[in-house]
Structures are given as structure tokens and as C-alpha cells.
Design a protein around this ligand. Structure first.
Ligand code: M7G
Length: 310
């Protein structure tokens, strides 16, 4: 999609609220723009407080209205002073949205999956093989077609050991407390943690070292031990990438939960201990019932109750 103009965005017609998270202050809407299915994610950004002498409440809040007062307590509603340098909300738009996107974001029940090496070979690996190509076009755009080039923080172009480090789509590029970067590797032969073994150790150690060094040099407010560097299993996109997030980050949803995130240091440590750790281990994780992979796993585990995957 080319850059969407404001009139186009304003033509969004709502059909369903897929998710409304009070704690994350985020709403995910499904609708249409010009007859194309569109997902609109709206989330409130964290406050940015630049302390000390420069702080002024008038730069933060434009108006107050008293709701109630009792003894030493009073509570109010307030309107925020906002600008593009200090935005009150971030919007993410996916258009045209596929059925897989819609299922991913629709409120759903979750299941705990115990993936043995046999389940991986029989069900998960064949599923992963179907997830390449168009679904990760955005990755190829970054690696090979200069997309998001103006945001790239670091690019080592070596086809084996190289990677590109840039802001993740989840980051508003402003709130340091919510800093969220992604490192996408150049090599095409690693779809997930299951593919990693001793032959990748030097590659992983270099990746881990360089992303931390480059991140703290680019963002001097942060130190190395203030970064959470992790991968997902299962990820949404099967081209190896690493998440680099400010450890303060409050609003990651299920993204840092046990059952989804694995620290890169742990991946390296595990492979150092057992060279084929990720080929031999049973791995446990959480999947939404809407996920195509869950339907395949459910059908394998309960063959009598086979459900068709659309
Ligand atoms: P994941 O672990 O595969 O999926 O991570 P999940 O975290 O969404 O479950 C993929 C990461 O890539 C996520 O953190 C996305 O926010 C990020 N991402 C996705 N897209 C389509 C883009 C994009 O086009 N540009 C950038 N910069 N990041 C993206």
C-alpha cells in the first residue's frame, strides 16, 4: 500500500470491535476503507516526563474538570496537550487485512500447547513451510527493497551473519519507556528457534552482542541491562528476528509472557549446553484458538474431532 492519506483514513467504516483492552488502553477495530477489509489499532501512548526544571504541568495538561473532592483527595478528568512530538495516541493500520490478521486480533480463548519433536516434524514444520512468501513480504521489503530505510539504525549486509536493526511497528518512535526495536537477519534459512543448533552459535552471539551495543550507543539513556532481548515461539512471521525492548515496557500484551517469549541469552546458553537442544526439547507455548496452527494441532491430538482449517 502507498502512504494512506488522511481522507482515506477518515473514510474507515467500522464493522466490528475485535478487542478492547482496558489495561493496555488499546482498541482493535475491524472495518473497511474503500471496500477493503481494514484493521485499525488505536492505543494511548505512555506519558513522557522530562523531569527537573523543564517540567511544567501546563505542557502536559490543557484543562481540568473536578469530578469529586473529599478531605485531602480530589479527582478530575483532564485533557492532554498533544502534538506529533508528544502524541497522545498511536494508530496502526493493516489494509487489506487477511483473514489470518483478523483471527489473530479477534478476542479469543488460549490453549497451552506441548510440542514434542514428533509433533513439530508432523504438524508444525509443514505448517511453517506454508507461511513463507507473501506473508513476509514486509520483511523482504526491509531487507532488499529499501523500505523503512530512513528509520534503519544499523545494517550489516553480510548474507550469513548480517541483520538490520530498526524500530518495530509497535513503537511510536518517541516514548523511550516503550522503546521497541526489531533485528531482522539477512539469512533466509532460519524460520524459528527449532532451526537453531551449534552451527548458529557464533551468529547468535554476534547478533546478541551487536544489537545491545548499537542500541545503547544510539539511545544513551539506556544501558545494556535495561534491554530485554528475546524471540517468540511461535512467532507471527517465520523469518528469524529478535525483539529488543526497554525492560520498563509495560504494554506488550502477551508478547513477553512465558509461553511466547524466549530470551536470546537463554537460547544461546541452551545450545551451548546441548548442541541440538532445540531439535530434542519438547517446547511449550500458548496459542489462540483462532490460530490455524492450533486447529492443526488439535486435529492431530484429537483426530476424531477434526476441524477444517479455512
Ligand atoms: P513476531 O514475533 O513474528 O510476531 O514479531 P508478534 O510479536 O506480532 O506476535 C514480528 C514483529 O515485527 C512484531 O513485533 C511486529 O510489530 C513487527 N512488525 C510487523 N510488521 C508487519 C512490521 C513492519 O512492516 N515493519 C516493522 N518495522 N515492524 C513490523
Amino acid at each position: 500500500m502507498t502512504e494512506p492519506d488522511i481522507e482515506l483514513l477518515n473514510s474507515f467504516v467500522l464493522s466490528e470491535c475485535l478487542q478492547n483492552s482496558v489495561s493496555e488502553k488499546r482498541v482493535i477495530l475491524l472495518g473497511k476503507i474503500l471496500d477493503q477489509k481494514t484493521i485499525l489499532i488505536l492505543e494511548k501512548t505512555p506519558f513522557q516526563i522530562n523531569g527537573g526544571a523543564h517540567f511544567s504541568i501546563e505542557k502536559l495538561i490543557s484543562a481540568w474538570k473536578l469530578l469529586e473532592q473529599n478531605d485531602i483527595y480530589s479527582w478530575h478528568v483532564a485533557t492532554l496537550l498533544q502534538s506529533f512530538e508528544n502524541p497522545a495516541a498511536k494508530a496502526t493500520i493493516i489494509v487489506p487485512a487477511t483473514e489470518a490478521h483478523i483471527r489473530k486480533y479477534r478476542t479469543q480463548k488460549f490453549r497451552y500447547v506441548t510440542e514434542t519433536p514428533a509433533l513439530y516434524d508432523n504438524v508444525v514444520k509443514p505448517y511453517i513451510d506454508t507461511q513463507k512468501g507473501d506473508r513476509i513480504q514486509w520483511v523482504y521489503n526491509i531487507l532488499f527493497h529499501g523500505k523503512e530505510a530512513e528509520s534503519v539504525i544499523y545494517h550489516d549486509k553480510d548474507p550469513e551473519s548480517g541483520f538490520v536493526l530498526l524500530p518495530d511497528m509497535k513503537w511510536d518512535k518517541v516514548s523511550m519507556d516503550a522503546l521497541y526495536l526489531i533485528a531482522i537477519v539477512n539469512r533466509m534459512d532460519v524460520a524459528s528457534v527449532r532451526d537453531l543448533n551449534e552451527s548458529h552459535l557464533a551468529f547468535l552471539k554476534n547478533l546478541n552482542e551487536v544489537v545491545k551495543t548499537v542500541t545503547v550507543s544510539k539511545f544513551p539513556d539506556l544501558e545494556r541491562d535495561q534491554l530485554r532481548v528475546f524471540i517468540h515461539y511461535q512467532p507471527s512471521y517465520y523469518h528469524f528476528h529478535v525483539h529488543i525492548v526497554n525492560i520498563q515496557h509495560p504494554g506488550l500484551g502477551s508478547g513477553i509472557n512465558a509461553g511466547k517469549a524466549i530470551l536470546l541469552d537463554d537460547v544461546i546458553g541452551n545450545i551451548e549446553l546441548v548442541l541440538d537442544y532445540y531439535q530434542r526439547r519438547t517446547l511449550s507455548y500458548v496459542l489462540g484458538e483462532n490460530h490455524d496452527l492450533w486447529k492443526l494441532i488439535e486435529a492431530e491430538q484429537k483426530p476424531g474431532e477434526h476441524k477444517k482449517v479455512e
